[in-house]
Design a protein around this ligand. Sequence first.
Ligand code: NI
Length: 259
Amino acid sequence: MIFDTHAHYDDERFDEDRGEMLKSLKDKGVVTLVNVGASMRGAERSIELSHEYPFIFSAVGIHPDHAKELDEERFSHLEELAHDEKCVAIGEIGLDHYWDESPRDVQAYWFKRQLELAVKLDKPVIIHSRDACEETMEILKNHAAKPHTDTVLHCFSYSPEIAREYVKMGFYIGVGGVVTFKNGKKLQETVKETPLDRILLETDCPYLSPEPHRGERNNSSYIAYVAEKIAELKGITADEVLSVTENNARRFYGIPDRS
Ligand code: NI
């Protein structure tokens, strides 16, 4: 059974067949998914989707690319959304020094504010961090890495050494399609070294489709390919990967049962 811990079905690439696609997922073994908002509109859409489909839960947060759009009024609105009964996390939030769509100080400011919000509401956080390894670690260590807030480094792209440090801090490592790529060696090393009970499976769909569907639109059922690859790397079965990581995801988000 598949638990997709990070999907974006609010994305316009699903506009033409969203309903059919979501309905078809159940037949393909997808039991639960968390739709992650990245902008204010995305957060609102995530909540809407979670109310429309019992197996969908939501995360609300503003991605660093959109941090420049935040102000106090919008931040209050985000907090209201976070109180929704199906909102299970704050995310995705963090730093992106690859695209630099928002000024770096603005990214850091709203990253910290949203971490504080997660602590206040006692919700886990989903971190987006790209080309900002040290800066992210520093904020998580010194600012708001409270031990009672569960944290996942979504679409983990740093070294196995950094993963080890995060695992030591009690964090989770988010793994998706990249692990199946020919040029995914670094992530494959990380997966080999990281205990299975610290790994969360994710699609980040519509992005990052795994082999043999690389380049196509991704969807939650393709997590089967990610599980196969992890199984191969760890010398266990894909079923074991799916069941252990499903338990991880339920523990992380506090979603005990299949709905
Ligand atoms: Ni994402």
